[in-house]
Design a protein around this ligand. Structure first.
Ligand code: FAD
Length: 444
């Protein structure tokens, strides 16, 4: 392989580390710049998305660099949703018709560290921690970083921004007037709370993603390998019923006792968690273009952050890396061709999952508890059983396949249209039959 110029990857988060691995395997020298200190030696930030659900798209990417088994060794498979009504029994809703397909609860920190260590071990990868990108000239690839020692200059033949939803690389392109962006924030925020182990064991079923659907608010809980659960409460940030409305410990306890009564005995640190854990923001980032002259590119949340309600942000970011690798293959590593091709292929898919994630918020918050929704799910599973491979639910296609997100939307639309046509035909047949019976009755 011929000598290649150094590629800069900004952000050693999930996408950046995976990307460094893929690029190093292609023979590129890679400089991975990260604003934080090495997370393998430091402490985890309080209340910041401790775990996440990894599904087929993410696993497919990890398999390609041989990291899937290591990551899955500590994964906790969640085979369905466990609904917690305000009163009454918990109800389990399987994710798949067979009941054995699962999304996986993974420690975000452990996943990031595994990817970082994998990248670090590859020849050609150097990692610069405590390097916050503050300047970028998209015409030259010249970068400026803030470090504990002061400002540092660096340059690369290609700069790839994998620096998350608040991307500084995207901000620089915006400043140069070569990119436009839109940020759609929800008026909901999120706060993390903890359910510790109970008597040394999980306090809830560890094989499910737990949901407390409450209409205007919602809480979910995912299991952790230490037998605790991390709960995430989604609630408006302002208004009479919102994060802003609970001040005192008594008000916090009263609120949870009313709306989440089964949480109270399980979360002894509830008030402390509530008062000290930060409120995170939720939103959708859209921007265009995702690349400038084959010299600067964006991927992962930096290009298309989405709301977390389908558990797909990281999965989608990983899929970006696989697609970019494919584009480099097809374009003989000609970045000026590969980056535009990558954008062309991924843009509609990123938009599709952004919209499905927003729609899933309504489903999780409002619909999952309703008998009508539950009947619909039973019918859907019956259809999947009756028409294997021909009728496949949206959830299954998103979480358990690598079918491009935009194709998932088109396919689900086609399935619904076909079902609608069948329903109309069946209704017409039924109406005809009833009419015949009535006519016969009149004659008789
Ligand atoms: P990030 O993970 O944000 O990484 C960006 C990196 O860039 C960080 O290390 C950061 O320190 C660094 N950086 C930032 N600015 C600079 C700078 N100026 N210079 C240098 N470095 C910089 N996704 C799922 O797939 N499943 C889930 O279940 C799921 N749950 C979620 C729950 C919540 C509450 C939230 C908020 C998100 C969730 N996501 C989930 C989404 C997922 O976290 C993101 O999509 C994913 O982290 C994106 O990866 P990334 O590498 O693009 O960005």
């Amino acid at each position: 392989m011929s000598e290649r110029d150094e590629i800069a990857v900004v952000g050693a988060g999930l996408a950046g580390c995976l990307l460094a691995c893929f690029l190093a395997r292609r023979g590129y020298p890679v400089a991975l710049y990260e604003r934080r200190p090495d997370p393998r030696t430091g402490k985890v930030e309080r209340g910041r998305s401790i775990n996440l659900a990894l599904s087929e798209r993410g696993l497919d990417a990890l398999r390609r660099i041989g990291l899937d088994e290591q990551v899955m060794a500590d994964a906790l498979p969640m085979r369905g949703r466990m609904i917690h009504p305000v009163e009454g029994e918990q109800q389990f809703q399987s994710y798949s018709v067979s009941g054995d397909r699962a999304i996986n609860s993974i420690s975000r920190g452990a996943l990031n560290n595994a990817l970082l260590t994998a990248a670090d071990a590859l020849p050609g990868v150097r990692i610069a921690f405590d390097h916050r990108l503050v300047g970028l000239d998209p015409t030259t690839g010249d970068m400026t970083f803030e470090t504990p020692q002061g400002k540092v200059a660096a340059s690369a033949s290609v700069v790839l921004g994998a620096d998350g939803a608040g991307s500084a690389v995207r901000g620089q392109l915006l400043g140069y007037g070569v990119l436009t962006e839109s940020l759609d924030f929800l008026d909901y925020g999120y706060k993390e709370l903890t359910i510790p182990p109970l008597g040394g064991d999980f306090a809830l079923d560890p094989n499910a993603l737990h949901i407390w659907p409450r209409g205007t608010s919602m809480m979910i809980a995912l299991p952790n390998p230490d037998r605790s659960f991390t709960c995430t409460l989604f609630w408006p940030t302002h208004g009479t019923a919102s994060f802003a409305s609970l001040g005192s410990p008594a008000a916090i306890e009263q609120h949870f006792a009313t709306h989440y009564p089964d949480l109270i005995p399980l979360a002894p640190n509830l008030v402390d968690d509530y008062q000290h854990n930060p409120i995170g923001v939720l939103g959708t980032v859209r921007c265009t273009p995702w690349q400038v002259d084959g010299k600067v590119g964006l991927l992962g949340d930096a290009a298309h952050a989405i709301v977390p309600f389908y558990g797909q942000g990281a999965n989608c970011a990983f899929e970006d890396v696989v697609e970019l690798d494919r584009c480099l293959d097809e374009c003989d590593d000609e970045w000026s061709a590969a980056l535009p091709l990558f954008q062309h292929r991924r843009l509609e898919n990123a938009e599709a999952i952004a919209q499905m994630a927003l729609a899933n918020f309504v489903e999780m918050r409002d619909k999952v508890a309703s008998p009508l929704f539950q009947t619909g799910k039973r019918i859907e599973h019956a259809l999947e059983r009756a028409l294997p491979g021909r009728y496949v639910s949206r959830y299954e296609l998103v979480s358990f396949s690598t079918t491009p997100y935009a194709e998932v939307r088109r396919r689900v639309r086609r399935q619904h249209q076909a079902l609608g046509a069948v329903a109309v035909g069946a209704a017409a047949l039924l109406a005809g039959a009833i009419g015949a019976v009535i006519r016969r009755g009149r004659r008789g």
